[in-house]
Write a protein that binds this ligand. Structure first.
Ligand SMILES: Nc1ncnc2c1ncn2[C@@H]1O[C@H](COP(=O)(O)OP(=O)(O)OP(=O)(O)O)[C@@H](O)[C@H]1O
Ligand code: SF4
Ligand SMILES: [Mg+2]
Length: 310
C-alpha cells in the first residue's frame, strides 16, 4: 500500500498575503514503513498531514495530486473523503485534550466507532474494553468510564489512538503524538504505537518535533522547512549521516549531541528569501545559494535539496 504525493502545493490566502505552507512537495510513502516528518515549528508538517485527509480550512488552495494506492484523493467530494477518513486513514490529532469530546466518557467515544461499523452495543462495549487493555491501560473499565479531563495527557493520547485503531484503518497519521509529555509517558506512547503497528499492520505517518521518537520509531524520515522537503532518507542513515545543513542543525540541537541551537529563525512565509530558502541560516551558503533555488538530488535511498558543499 502506498501513499503518493505529487507536486503538492497548499496556499492559504490571508489579509497579509498568500502563505505557501506546502511548496511543491513530492513524496512516496509505503505502509510497510513508518515515516516520520520532522522540522521546526511552522514548517508545514501539519498542513501536509491535513491535506491528505482533506481537512484544510476554507482559505486553502490546493494543487498537485495525492494518491492512495493509485486512487486520487485530491478530486474527491467531502462525502467521498468522509469514507476515506477514519476507515482508510485515521488521524491522531495534534492536541488530544481538545480532540476528545470533553462531555462524553472515553469508552463511549471508542464504542461509537465500533457502532458505526455495525456492532451491537454489547459487542462494541466488549471490543472497547479489549482494545483499551491491548493498548496497555491497566484498568480498562475505569478508563472507559472516565471523562477526558480525568485522564493524564499520555492517557488521552492513547485513548485517541484507540479511537483511531477501532476503525481498523490502513493508515494512521499521528500529529505530534508526544507533545507536552514527559520522557516516561513519551516512551509509553511509543510502545503503544509499536504494538498497534505490529498487531494491526497499519502504515504510520508520524509528524513530530520529537527527534528521539522519530529515530526510535520511524523507518524513514522526511525533513521539512518552509513548506519544502529538504531531505529524505532511512532513519538510520539520516541520523548517522545527515546531508542537508538544516538536518545537521536539527540533530546538533539534540540534548545528547551538544544541544547547539541552530542560528537564526525560519523566514516568514510572506517574505521568503531568493535562492535556497535556508541560505540566510546556512553556514555553507555561497553565491549560487543566494541566487538559485537548488533542485532535489536523489542518492541511494534518500534525497537532498542543496547545491552541495565541501
Ligand atoms: N488556515 C490557515 N490560514 C493561514 N495560514 C495557515 C493556516 N493553517 C496553517 N497556516 C500556516 O501554515 C504554516 C505551516 O503550518 P503547520 O501547522 O503545518 O506547521 P507545523 O510544521 O505543523 O508546525 P508545528 O510544529 O508548530 O505544529 C504556518 O505558518 C501556519 O501559520
Ligand atoms: S543550497 Fe547552499 S545555502 Fe542551501 S543548504 Fe545547500 S549549501 Fe546551504
Ligand atoms: Mg503541526
Amino acid at each position: 500500500m502506498e501513499l503518493c504525493i505529487q507536486d503538492l502545493c497548499v496556499n492559504f490566502s490571508t489579509p497579509s498575503g498568500t502563505i505557501p505552507a506546502v511548496n511543491h512537495v513530492s513524496l512516496t510513502v509505503s505502509s510497510q514503513q513508518v515515516t516520520g516528518i520532522i522540522g521546526e515549528t511552522g514548517s508545514g508538517k501539519s498542513v501536509l498531514g491535513l491535506s491528505i485527509l482533506g481537512l484544510l480550512q476554507s482559505n486553502a488552495a490546493v494543487s498537485g495530486r495525492i494518491l492512495l494506492d493509485g486512487r486520487e484523493l485530491t478530486g474527491l467530494s467531502q462525502r467521498e473523503l468522509c469514507a476515506v477518513r477514519g476507515r482508510e486513514i485515521a488521524l491522531v490529532a495534534q492536541n488530544p485534550a481538545t480532540s476528545l469530546n470533553p462531555g462524553v466518557r472515553v469508552g463511549r467515544q471508542i464504542e461509537e466507532v465500533f457502532r458505526l461499523a455495525g456492532e451491537s452495543r454489547a459487542e462494541s462495549r466488549k471490543h472497547t474494553l479489549e482494545l483499551l487493555e491491548q493498548l496497555a491501560f491497566s484498568q480498562p473499565e475505569r478508563v472507559a468510564r472516565a471523562y477526558p479531563f480525568e485522564l493524564s495527557g499520555g492517557m488521552c493520547q492513547r485513548a485517541l489512538t484507540a479511537i483511531a485503531v477501532a476503525a481498523r484503518p490502513r493508515w494512521i497519521i499521528a500529529d505530534e503524538p508526544t507533545k507536552g509529555l514527559d520522557a516516561v509517558v513519551r516512551n509509553q506512547v511509543y510502545d503503544t504505537f509499536r504494538m498497534v503497528r505490529e498487531h494491526y499492520h497499519v502504515g504510520f505517518l508520524v509528524i513530530t518535533h520529537d527527534l528521539l521518537l522519530a529515530r526510535k520509531f520511524c523507518d524513514r524520515i522526511v525533513v521539512m522547512y518552509c513548506g519544502r522537503v529538504l531531505e529524505t532518507n532511512t532513519a538510520r542513515e539520516l541520523f548517522e549521516h545527515p546531508r542537508h545543513p538544516y538536518t545537521r542543525g536539527l540533530i546538533a540541537s539534540l540534548p545528547h549531541l551538544g544541544m547547539k541551537p541552530m542560528a537564526g529563525f525560519a523566514p516568514a512565509f510572506t517574505d521568503q528569501p531568493a535562492g535556497c530558502v535556508f541560505h540566510p541560516r546556512c553556514p555553507h551558503a555561497r553565491e549560487i545559494c543566494r541566487r538559485e533555488a537548488p533542485g532535489t538530488v536523489y542518492c541511494g535511498e534518500g534525497s537532498v535539496c542543496c547545491h552541495g558543499f565541501d
